[in-house]
Design a binder for this molecule. Structure first.
Ligand code: BGC
Length: 245
């Protein structure tokens, strides 16, 4: 079965058709810069453009950087506030004419890693952290997802963790990998005290540079790097887009 997976991010909207049985992209991903401001309608139109590029008329799964409950986006940390309370699934369905499911972007990446990547077959508590503009989290217990955990927004020293320890913070404050790695380690240690994961999977853009910051991580949990890296968001979104029987 093929599903068009779409990863909606703050800077780009990326998509590709995915074979959801094999967990592989069937074409090179197509990327369009996210419209600014990233309000619901222009974003939905951009998604429709990605679908048109692939002449798509099947099911679509989208990963969106916010809390998503039954297709409705509930928060908007790095997107326009107009998304709060928007029925994203209905809006994108209207723009594309295709059946659409929407889930949180980190949950999408987590689904991909648990099904085909670094978390395959792993029981116990598995926590995936995506390191990018935001800090996304996805939590699994014996392979079952607890959606919308949003642990990127825990408060450490009265500050939102994401503001301080995301890849955007590293760039904004021009931190060395050592400086940032130590901050990220404080974040991971706080997470560890909250959910005691057996395994932590690190994904998102910055995970490609893992050699530069792994030496500074001191948590007890086993840490591995996401296997699908940048593709996990698209593959996982496609998994979420499978029509339910
Ligand atoms: C959002 C999350 C999202 C993460 C990664 C955070 O700012 O609150 O919903 O998963 O960024 O995009």
């Amino acid at each position: 079965m093929q599903v068009l997976g779409i990863d909606i991010g703050g800077s780009g909207i990326k998509g590709a058709p995915v074979d959801v049985e094999k967990g592989i992209m069937l074409a090179e991903r197509y990327r369009i810069p996210t419209p600014k401001p990233a309000k619901p309608k222009p974003v939905a139109r951009t998604i429709a453009e990605v679908a048109r590029y692939f002449a798509w008329d099947g099911p679509i799964g989208c990963g969106f950087p916010a809390v998503v409950q039954q297709g409705i986006t509930r928060t908007a940390a790095n997107v326009h506030k107009k998304w709060i309370g928007t029925n994203a699934a209905a809006l994108i369905k209207e723009a594309t004419g295709c059946p659409v499911r929407v889930i949180n972007d980190a949950d999408a990446a987590g689904l991909a890693e648990m099904t085909f990547g670094a978390g395959q077959g792993r029981m116990g508590v598995v926590l995936l952290v995506t390191i990018g503009t935001g800090l996304g989290t996805s939590l699994f217990v014996d392979g079952v997802l607890l959606p919308n955990t949003e642990l990127g927004h825990i408060e450490i020293d009265c500050e939102d963790a994401e503001t301080n320890a995301s890849d955007a913070a590293r760039k904004r404050e021009d931190l060395s990998w050592k400086q940032w790695g130590k901050r990220f380690d404080i974040y991971l240690n706080n997470l560890e005290k909250l959910v005691w994961p057996d395994l932590i999977i690190l994904g998102g853009g910055a995970s490609a540079k893992h050699e530069k910051f792994m030496p500074y991580l001191t948590v007890q949990a086993e840490i591995v790097i996401a296997e699908a890296m940048n593709e996990a968001g698209i593959i996982g979104a496609a998994l979420a887009g499978r029509p339910k029987r």
